[in-house]
Write a protein that binds this ligand. Structure first.
Ligand SMILES: NC(=O)c1ccc[n+]([C@@H]2O[C@H](COP(=O)([O-])OP(=O)(O)OC[C@H]3O[C@@H](n4cnc5c(N)ncnc54)[C@H](OP(=O)(O)O)[C@@H]3O)[C@@H](O)[C@H]2O)c1
Length: 482
């Protein structure tokens, strides 16, 4: 009969008690801080609490089943652990300390035969496993990481078609993940606006941000889908600060009206996520006479972000995350044909050019708004299996489905850019899997300074025109210039 093994370790961290508790309580994140863990999955729905269950796969291959049996907010979590090698009770206690928070981890392991033999041969084995987990937790909560900043590191891989494309798949995600640092930042009291939050990447990002405590404003064009998203996110995260705003972001009258409503409400915005998007084939015009890819993917985010700038500035430190696509690597901006009216129309080309335009805006806004405390970045989600991909690229999806990312994996860098402490250190960059990548992989896609200035002038002109049109009646009757 093997003897029980007892572990009792305490750390103290310079961090508020509530933040420490919330981070540890979200136990699926144990993989971020315990170096012995390869993967952790939440098996139950809803916010963490009594009855929450997790599967934790150790790097050594062992699979552990955790069940929360006691949960006292900001003070205590007790879990039972079942596995083929041992059973255990693990208790984590939290209390205020002069330096911040004291966290005590007490575990009683009841080893089976094999672990019993292993620990008799190596009596300090469990001790060192516990020690390294607590060291990892302290580092995660200290949160003093620096953001990766060298985009050129990836330039060659991005230029080579096959390695570049493999990075977009779930294999790219799995490989990058190994280099990531924990994100223990909390967003309680922060207001985050997510466009296109009713589906795919936007919905997944909203879920994650709500779990981190953010107050959310979800923007969508379908009121029914929006209220379903609000209910789903609130129930899943236990966060009741989730609001909805209806707007068709391909219609500039709706974009202006949305911006106006938010400005009147006056609530500072800590993060704006320009995510709404779609790919249009064949060429379509909106009721306002604008080509749809240009309207939804470039002019809409431009007007929304420009008009919300005062609310971003009012937050003190805020962030803008623009969701782009690797497709932009193939295109240069065409300032004289922003609405793809010349030559043969291709939805993918119009999409890629609009995303290229939003990359240019990312660089411009980052430079112009840095002094106002606004950090602006762009990202590529990789290839994620979302309703958008299913409806607009069915053949691509059939071919690539086994290697596509989940929406949550596609949303990861959105969440990291919006939340991670170190992500505020860099701006104006194009990110994939929490690492900066070059915004061009070919000199052919680089715009001239004249093109850049012309793009900004055209967008500003259209913003003024569409705003003026909205002040006349009827708001959608006038066709804007360009
Ligand atoms: N999935 C990928 O592999 C991938 C790759 C590269 C880039 N992206 C980018 O990621 C973003 C999200 O795409 P996704 O794959 O998650 O697609 P998705 O599942 O179709 O989600 C798109 C979201 O945008 C919203 N939307 C579309 N048109 C709108 C409009 N006119 N007004 C307001 N909202 C509108 C959709 O609303 P409804 O629910 O009402 O349709 C939905 O919430 C897009 O910007 C896309 O370009 C995705």
């Amino acid at each position: 009969m093997s003897q029980d093994i007892l572990l009792d370790k305490t750390i103290t961290v310079d961090r508020a008690l509530g933040e420490c508790f919330a981070y540890v309580a979200d136990f699926a994140r144990v993989q971020e801080w315990d170096p012995g863990v390869s993967r952790a999955i939440r098996l139950t729905e809803g916010p963490p609490g009594v009855g929450s269950e997790y599967r934790v796969v150790m790097k050594a291959g062992l699979s552990l089943h955790y069940t929360v049996v006691a949960f006292e907010t900001s003070s205590r979590i007790l879990m039972t652990v079942q596995s083929s090698a041992f059973t255990a009770d693990e208790e984590i206690l939290f209390e205020p300390a002069p330096e911040g928070t004291r966290i005590r981890y007490i575990a009683r392991f009841r080893p089976g035969l094999l672990l019993g033999i292993a620990t008799r041969c190596s009596p300090r084995m469990m001790e060192s496993v516990g020690k390294s987990a607590m060291r990892g937790l302290r580092a995660a909560l200290q949160d003093t990481y620096t953001a990766p900043s060298n985009a050129d590191r990836h330039a060659l891989g991005d230029r080579l078609i096959l390695p570049g494309m493999i990075r977009f798949t779930r294999f790219g995600y799995d490989s990058a993940r190994k280099r990531w640092k924990p994100v223990s930042a909390r967003l309680d009291g922060k207001h985050v606006l997510v466009t296109g939050a009713t589906s795919g990447i936007g919905l997944a990002a909203a879920h994650a941000l709500a779990s981190m405590g953010a107050e959310l404003t979800l923007v969508g064009r379908d009121a029914g889908k929006l209220s379903a998203a609000v209910a789903e996110i609130s129930a899943g995260s236990g966060n009741s600060h989730v609001h909805a705003e209806t707007a068709d972001l391909a219609l500039m009258s709706d974009v202006h009206a949305l911006a106006q409503r938010l400005l009147v409400q006056g609530k500072p915005i800590d993060a704006l996520i320009n995510n709404a998007g779609a790919l249009f084939n064949p060429r379509q015009l909106t009721a306002e006479g604008l080509e749809k890819s240009f309207a939804l993917l470039l002019l809409g985010p431009y007007i929304l972000t420009e008009r919300l700038q005062p609310l971003l500035a009012a937050a003190g430190k805020s962030r803008v995350v623009n969701v782009l696509s690797g497709g932009m690597y193939t295109q240069r901006i065409r300032v004289r044909d922003l609405q793809s009216s010349r030559g043969t129309y291709s939805g993918s080309v119009a999409y890629a050019r609009a995303k290229r335009g939003l990359m240019i805006l990312t660089e411009e806004w980052a430079r112009r708004w840095r002094s106002a405390g606004i950090t602006v970045n762009a990202m590529h989600p990789g290839w994620a299996d979302t309703p958008g991909v299913e409806s607009s690229l069915p053949a691509f999806r059939r071919l690539t489905r086994p290697v596509l990312r989940t929406p949550e994996q596609g949303a990861d860098t959105v969440v990291w850019l919006a939340a991670a402490t170190e992500a505020a250190q860099v701006d104006g960059q194009f990110w994939l899997d929490r690492e900066p990548h070059p915004s061009h992989i070919s000199a052919k896609t680089r715009e001239s300074p004249e093109d850049r200035a012309a793009l900004l002038a055209a967008l500003a002109g259209l913003m003024a025109d569409t705003q003026a049109a909205g002040q006349e009646s009827p708001p959608r009757a006038r066709k804007p210039r360009n």
